[in-house]
Design a binder for this molecule. Structure first.
Ligand SMILES: [Zn+2]
Length: 296
């Protein structure tokens, strides 16, 4: 099944409902970063959570989730745009812990810490930044706590990744259900009961459910209006021009130092693991073209 996110409203527009299938993009992230199973689950949950949250913000912003903890994984960064692109990495990709209660122990890998949510205007300007204490380190409940404490929006957030015995991602996905102003207690209680009774999102994806099917199951008995389904993908913003700009920013003396030693600059994008190499001829060209003071 393709990676798709569905956006819907229920209860006369007072409940926002989003769900996503993210198996392909989480597998791509695993391949790029070479993550071990527990780290794969942590990264995939965070990527899915970032996509779901980004689908609730203004179209001229991007959203980043930074989880920092005292566990062996240390942290996760996931960064998404409302049009369905996401990228991210974990600080210690080799992290793997024994399963807990039959599940990959993401909470144990992350430990105790904080979640920092940033919304950054794409056109520049000051970001909105909010920090909350981690709830369990299992990602879904941490995002739900952020929504309740920072945005006063009672929410249920489920994100999950099923890792096959060979380490590949078999299924990944998630949902975000949120009471908006005017939502009735009865509706919210019914949704909470449905969520408690539902299988984890990775199980729903493994059964072949698409995001709209997932929402229909989670909102069983509640009329639902699916507004949109759109493709989501792993996408990074790095490119060779940014690497060139970073080399120029090193300054003349440092570039000359590189030319006298390694004679090339290697850079690896931390978000997508793409590797860039700037060779000697290009370094020499940058030195003459770009770091000379402007001629008077
Ligand atoms: Zn990149």
């Amino acid at each position: 099944m393709a990676d798709v996110l569905a956006r819907a409203l229920a209860c006369g527009g007072t409940v926002r409902a989003l769900a996503a299938v993210t198996t392909g993009l989480v597998e791509e992230a695993r391949g790029r970063h070479g993550t071990a199973p527990t780290a794969t689950a942590a990264l995939g949950r965070a990527l899915t959570g970032a996509l779901l949250l980004a689908a609730t913000i203004k179209r001229d912003e991007r959203l980043s989730l930074e989880f920092s903890g005292d566990g062996p994984l240390r942290g996760i960064l996931a960064d998404a745009t409302p049009d369905g692109g996401v990228r991210g990495f974990v600080y210690r990709p080799a992290t793997h812990l024994p399963p807990r209660a039959g599940k990959l122990d993401v909470g144990g890998a992350l430990g105790r810490g904080v979640l920092c949510v940033m919304r950054v205007p794409l056109a520049g300007g000051p970001p909105y930044r909010s920090v909350t204490t981690l709830d369990s380190g299992e990602i879904g409940s941490d995002v739900a706590r952020y929504l309740l404490e920072s945005e006063q929006a009672p929410s249920a957030v489920g994100v999950g990744v099923f890792v096959e015995s060979d380490g590949r991602v078999g299924a990944a996905g998630g949902y975000l259900l949120q009471g908006m102003p005017g939502a009735s207690d009865t509706a919210l209680e019914r949704i909470a009961a449905n969520v408690d009774a539902a299988a984890p999102p990775s199980d729903l994806v493994r059964r072949g459910l698409g995001p709209a099917d997932m929402l229909r199951q989670l909102l069983d008995g509640i009329p639902l209006d699916v507004l949109e389904e759109r493709a989501v993908r792993f996408r990074c913003r790095c490119n060779p021009d940014r690497v060139t700009a970073a080399v120029v920013a090193m300054g003349r003396a440092e570039i000359e130092g590189v030319l006298a030693s390694e004679r090339r600059v290697e850079a690896v994008c931390e978000f997508c693991a793409s590797r860039y190499v700037v060779e000697e001829p290009e370094l020499r060209a940058l030195l003459t073209e770009r770091t000379e003071p402007p001629a008077l």
